[in-house]
Design a protein around this ligand. Sequence first.
Ligand SMILES: *[C@@H]1O[C@H](CO)[C@@H](O)[C@H](O)[C@H]1NC(C)=O
Length: 162
Amino acid sequence: MSPVTACLMALLTVGFLVAKQDASVLQEVQADALAVEEAERGTSVSDKIRQLTQNLETCANNQDVDCFLAYCDDDIRMMPIKSQTHIGKTETRKHMWWIKLDVVTTYTVKEIIPTDGSYVVEWIEISMVYPNGTTVYDGKGVNVWKKVNDDYKIYIDIVNDN
Ligand SMILES: *[C@@H]1O[C@H](CO)[C@@H](O)[C@H](O)[C@H]1NC(C)=O
């Protein structure tokens, strides 16, 4: 091997090692960016679901069925206490007598579990109190929120008393 060839080969080897190093650094940076993006998505999804839950609570306290149903998917599966499943908004609407009760409804978010991005699972506590302070209802629920465009709608709503 001529000294020139040897020199070229040495340079190529160094170049290859540098490129390899760069590639692994790049991979690490990409992995970090992905983790940050995922964490941010998790946080923003939680914030979004919390906000939607608060809006839903306002609908309930305004005794407003249309407002409540606006946060539900067209194909909602509503599973109330001691009742069969109501499928769709039309069927669900027929069974929303409870919203007309003169009570203060509070939804307390216990946990929000984002999944692959299409659905979010939320666990809430539900309380309904008469204006005189007497509790009417204490219970809990699970909402499965379905991603619809850039928004989320309740797809499954399961409620159960304590
Ligand atoms: C509170 O109000 C509800 C509904 O009007 C009534 O049934 C209940 O007896 C009241 N409780 C008290 C302690 O006044």
